[in-house]
Design a protein around this ligand. Sequence first.
Ligand code: AMP
Ligand code: TRP
Length: 337
Amino acid sequence: MSKRILSCMQPTNRLQLGNYLGALRNWVNLQDEGDNECLYGVVDLHAITNGHDASALANATRETAAAYIAAGVDPRRSYIFAQSSVPEHAQLNWLFASMTQMGKLERMTQFKDKAGKNAERAGLGLFAYPVLMAADILVYKASHVPVGDDQKQHLELARDIASMFNEKYAGGEEFFPLPEPVITGPATRVMSLRDGTQKMSKSAESDMTRINLTDDADTIAKKFKKAKTDQGNVPSSEKEGEGRPEAMNLLGIYAALSDTPIEAVMNEYGGQQFSALKTALSDLAVAKLSPITIRMAELMSDPTEIDNILKAGAEKASSLAAPTLEDTMKMMGFWKA
Ligand code: AMP
Ligand code: TRP
């Protein structure tokens, strides 16, 4: 049966290796499976929830779209669009916001992380972020959502909102299908290169914590060379890797980039010094990422092509979203001429 796939990333900073291994690569696999209808959004409305630079937003949206295409999303087969060009997302967000308890949003760990100690000062948008995310998914009645592990809780909320709506306004029928998270592969949670207990993130302060999709070969080599490890040698089994998050992270990245099971990587490098693994990892990362980096730069040199792709994507996305919003409003009892 064909699936409807929807996923998104925020146009904040440059995409990093975790975005690629945890999400983007699976987007491409799902697209290549055949019959699936895939929609990949650049969620610019989400990107303004934690402060943003107005002069950089539009270009960051283009760059994120360029990264999707460079990584293998084919705009002839998948729809790539900016969230703000499909107003149904924001409209459905409001309808869902009115059905979502604050208590549920207070439990969201991403909000707690991003708001930090000063939650009182955080914006309403940051707090309500997961509701807009539910709207992103449900406005297309998406069946599958490929994301990294950190989005699991948000997906649960989207399922919760869908069931609440179905119960309350659709007489228990499945008007909104419950979206399935697709969290797969050896790198659903890539960790920081400087601290194996923190996830790799494009918004972390230090650039040394992450590999960006736009890093050149020297930068990649330098970052892996300086990556934190421990006093021991490379672990040769899961057991030897226990309590050694930095070592396991490097092995996990190697496994993901080389498409081999982590056990095979441990067989090959276990017992050796970390420097051997780090050198191999740099070479592998450069080989895998440089075609993406080059393609991204090419695409960014002609913004009209990206703009046309985003325009066509938005038209298609709107044509799918509009009837869902209309039905939803009808079911909720709004007046209409
Ligand atoms: P974001 O950078 O927050 O817009 O994330 C975009 C997508 O990348 C989401 O599906 C995330 O779950 C995924 N992602 C972000 N960072 C990581 C990471 N360190 N490891 C695995 N997946 C990640
Ligand atoms: N919250 C996601 C993140 O930070 C981005 C996102 C917004 C998303 N809307 C979505 C992901 C809809 C999947 C589906 O990574």
